[in-house]
Ligand binder design. Structure first.
Ligand code: PEP
Ligand code: MG
Length: 910
């Protein structure tokens, strides 16, 4: 059977379908589907993602040979439907095409697009003649040279410079004394075409290609090449999109939004992507082509009257001025608007999700160019899921599965303190492109944003407009401010996707990249100055404005209730203080999965008692220091057990790499010497003696309790005494004592012995008993391999996947940063294994540990407390392994709860 590489669509027919996204990419699959449901879509064809893979492996020649006849047939199919001819010599209307990428999931602004392909010096004349609109023909031609020159031939702007084509446009505008592209005459456009060709020749040394077929293959290959560009690779890394997915290529007949004032182009959303409100919205430009709307060069107009009025209010524009200068599509082209409105309703009902659509109106007729499930902010994601559930559009499980758990994080971020905000000086106002509160120091270049961030600075990236090259800089910035561009500009769309605060189109700011400053109505802001952005109102403030924690709304609660209904695993938190425990309980944590007792010594002068213990040579000396530590620990444990009253609290015995606690600085050595009444020399000698070459594999974890049993004794006493005290107050404490870094069952046995003996002693002293459990971490490969033996002694296992990853891979947790970026870049690793559980290797250890543990102790309780416990894909793995619970940091509890519910739904449906 021969493989099909090209799928055609057009005229209400299509070879593909919406559920063929893997093969046709999101765009191609939905273009096919829109045809099938009777929407107006220009004819075209999709080259499959499989061809992209072949291209990457075998190169251009092989691919051209493989699909040449299919592509020719595809063009013939378009020619027939559109009644036009590709490379027409005058015998028919010339067929022009767009060439666009389309991966399985949308990668906004990441992949390249070429419009008006097929134009050359002959075709432009023909187009002018046959369309009766020479202005439009020449406008299309100059756009084509610019786009093709940029995307296929690599003619683009150097850092800090303007795009060379834009420079030509600006020069000509200055000469002709005009401000808008639409003011160019036919002759102006002809001059631009000549100048653009010269730009291409100057920059590349090559002539602009005139053969349409050469143009087509150039564009197809450029789309495939764009899959491997640095920015695409980065986007995939950030969004965990596998490289082998590849992109499809969509070749589609052009329809023209630049045919005159009865033509337009725009983007529309069936709901508000920033807030989630069920309001149809979008932007359009009259007499323009697609890229103009997102490029932020002209200010687009709103589609609906309602949106247009809201926009005018934000810009302090009167109703009169709005109506005449910036009318909505609803007012300017009521017929096309009505059709678009019914299309958006049809699409949302068909796909049961918010749609992000691109359309063009050619001479009054509406054409749909794309639809996809729209990107949205975390808040919009939650609101849409809850609203669509209420509207009966989706069921409960779909509402949950629809969520991207990690995005819930945005809802927990701080917002501006109302009082501080009311006192702050408003510098200017732009569009509320992506909500949130951001404070940072102004930088103007994306690469410098990264440099500043690496130095520990918080930055706000300020640009005239952003482009895909700015992606890295946007990612590290607290927020983004642009002078140009609307709600669908690159900055706005990408920021929303990242959940980053963004104010776009702040037209009053004058950015001077050379002087590294911007001015607003006489105020000058220099690089490094602090500003604050309110992405929900579009306000820009001078200086730092204080923030407060976000309050969670009814929709968020509704989602959490749903998660509760469907989850199988419960979610605990990693917390070392009563405050963290309380915060996590408010987010729905059902207990503490890890309390790291060594973290309790960083406050005040507690570290002194700890150092005294570490530096003691004798058991007696250590016991004296431990006696000082005991009441501190007991107090902490009481606080946490009380905050989690009635719920399990796993307290781990001391696990410090000792070097983290020794006094290493001369001043602290002096201080310790005075406190211990010994010489500095002696302190120094002791510190040297404690030095380890590999502290992560050194004297830590239970090895400490084995060499100094008095430490375990003290900690067990502190825990049990805390629990007894609370019990006597009528509370219900449920401590679970956890032994770290066990690799051999005898280690655990010895520690359990001490713990149980100490507990009995405390019970008899206090005259009261409490239930408690003793278990261990599984974080050393040997523990996972011998889990059956260990489970005979442990009542629970908590998988410490941080250390388990460290020791399974042999990557130092502290040094992995040195080579990880290379490993990611070279594709050896798909993700940082310390963030996303390596299911193939480390996951196998976990699975083995769980299975062996259950073999000898069927009732053993299993959980995870490594960083992976709050990472959605790892949570799904934990559910598959059958863990009882997962534990993560307080702010990730909601994320873990939703991921756990999703996992349960997915696994029961399987
Ligand atoms: C672990 O190793 O996964 C763990 C939770 O312990 P720590 O991070 O404290 O070493
Ligand atoms: Mg560990």
């Amino acid at each position: 059977m021969s493989t099909k590489y090209v799928y055609t669509f057009g005229n209400g027919q299509a070879e593909g379908r919406a559920d063929m996204k893997n093969l046709l990419g999101g765009k191609g699959a939905n273009l096919a589907e829109m045809n099938l449901i009777g929407l107006p879509v220009p004819a075209g064809f999709t080259i499959t993602t499989e061809v992209c893979t072949i291209y990457n492996q075998q190169g251009k020649e092989a691919v051209v040979k493989l699909i040449e006849s299919d592509v020719k047939a595809g063009i013939a199919h378009m020619e027939k439907i559109m009644n036009a001819k590709f490379g027409s010599k005058g015998e028919a209307f010339p067929l022009m095409v767009s060439v666009r990428s389309g991966a399985r999931v949308s990668m906004p602004g990441m992949m390249d697009t070429v419009l008006n392909l097929g134009l050359n010096d002959d075709a432009v004349k023909l187009l002018a003649e046959k369309s009766g609109n020479p202005r439009f023909a020449w406008d299309s031609y100059r756009r084509f040279i610019q786009m093709y020159g940029d995307v296929v031939m690599g003619v683009s702007a150097a850092k800090g410079e303007h795009n060379p084509f834009e420079v030509e446009i600006d020069k000509l505008k200055a000469i002709k004394n005009i401000t808008n592209d639409t003011d160019f005459t036919i002759e102006d456009l002809q001059i631009l075409v000549g100048n653009f060709k010269q730009v291409v020749k100057d920059k590349t040394g090559r002539d602009f290609p005139t053969c349409p077929w050469e143009q087509l293959w150039g564009a197809i290959c450029a789309v495939f090449d764009s899959w491997m560009t640095e920015r695409a690779v980065l986007y995939r890394q950030l969004n965990q999109i596998p490289e082998e997915w590849g992109t499809a290529v969509n070749v589609q007949s052009m329809v023209y939004g630049n045919m005159g004032n009865n033509s337009a182009t725009g983007v529309a959303f069936s709901r508000d992507a920033a807030t989630g409100e069920d309001i149809f919205n979008g932007e359009y430009l009259i007499n323009a082509q697609g890229e103009d709307v997102v490029a932020g060069i002209r200010t687009p107009q709103e589609i609906t009257i309602e949106g247009s009025r809201r926009w005018a209010k934000l810009q302090s524009i009167s109703e009169e001025e709005r109506k005449t200068k910036y009318p909505s599509l609803e007012e300017a082209m009521p017929g096309a608007y009505a059709e678009l409105n019914s299309v958006q309703e049809k699409l949302e009902n068909h796909f049961h999700d918010m749609q992000d659509m691109e359309f063009t109106i050619q001479d009054g007729k509406l054409w749909m160019l794309q639809t996809r499930n729209g990107k949205r902010t975390g808040a919009a994601m939650v609101k849409m899921a809850v609203d669509m559930l209420k509207q009966g559009m989706i069921d409960e499980k779909t509402a949950l599965l629809r969520l991207e758990p990690a995005k819930l994080d945005e809802l927990l971020h701080p917002v501006f303190d109302k009082v501080a905000q009311s006192k702050a000086k408003v510098l200017t106002k732009g569009l509320p492109a992506s909500p949130g509160a951001a404070c940072g120091r102004v930088v103007f270049f994306a690469d410098e944003a990264e440099e500043w961030k690496n130095k520990g600075e918080k930055v706000i990236l300020v640009r005239l407009e952003t482009s895909p090259e700015d992606l890295r800089g946007m990612h590290v910035s607290e927020g983004i401010l642009t002078a140009r561009g609307g709600m669908t500009s690159h900055a706005a769309v990408v920021a929303r996707g990242m959940g980053k605060c963004c104010v776009s189109g702040a037209g009053d700011i004058n950015v001077d990249y050379h002087k590294r400053q911007f001015t607003v109505k006489g105020t000058m802001i220099k690089e490094g100055d602090w500003i604050s952005l309110n992405g929900s109102t579009g306000e820009v403030y001078l200086g730092k404005v204080a923030t407060v924690a976000a309050s969670l709304d009814e929709d968020f609660k509704a989602i959490m209730d749903l998660a509760e209904k469907y989850t199988r695993m419960y979610v605990r938190t990693n917390a070392d203080t009563p405050n963290d425990a309380k915060a996590a309980r408010n987010f729905g944590a059902k207990g503490v999965g890890l309390c790291r007792t060594e973290h309790m010594f960083f406050e005040g002068d507690r570290i002194d008692a700890m150092r005294e213990m570490i530096l003691s040579d004798t058991e007696e000396g250590r016991r004296t220091a431990l006696a000082k530590i005991l009441p501190m620990q007991r107090g902490d444990f009481e606080g946490i057990l009380e905050a989690m009253d009635g719920l399990g609290v796993t307290i781990r015995l001391l696990d410090p790499p000792l070097h983290e606690f020794t006094p290493n600085e001369p001043s602290s050595q002096q201080e310790m010497a005075t406190k211990l009444n010994i010489s500095v020399e002696e302190v120094k000698q002791k510190v040297d003696a404690l030095h380890e070459f590999n502290p992560m594999l050194g004297h830590r974890g239970c090895r400490l309790g084995i060499t100094y049993p008095e430490i375990t004794e003290m900690q067990a006493r502190a825990i049990i005494e805390a629990a007894c005290n609370l019990k006597m107050k009528g509370l219900n404490p449920k401590p679970e004592i956890m032994v770290p870094l066990v690799g051999e069952v005898k280690e655990l046995k010895m520690q359990v012995d001490i713990i149980r003996k100490t507990a009995e002693l405390v019970f008899s002293e206090k005259g009261v008993r409490v239930e408690f459990m003793v278990g261990t971490m599984i974080e050393i490969p040997r523990a996972a391999i011998t889990a059956d033996e260990i489970a005979e002694v442990a009542e629970f296992f908590s998988f410490g996947t941080n250390d388990l990853t460290q020791m399974t891979f042999g990557y130092s947790r502290d040094d992995v940063g040195k080579f990880l970026p290379t490993y990611l870049k070279k594709g050896i690793l798909k993700a940082d294994p310390f963030a996303v559980l390596d299911q193939v290797g480390v996951g196998r250890m976990v699975k083995m540990g769980a299975q062996l543990g259950r073999k000898t102790n069927p009732n053993i309780k299993l959980g995870i407390c490594g960083e992976h416990g709050g990472e959605p894909s790892s949570v799904i793995f934990c559910d598959a392994v059958g863990m009882n619970y997962i534990s993560c940091s307080p702010f990730r509890v909601p994320i873990a709860r939703v991921a756990a519910a999703q996992a349960a739904i997915m696994h029961t449906e399987k």
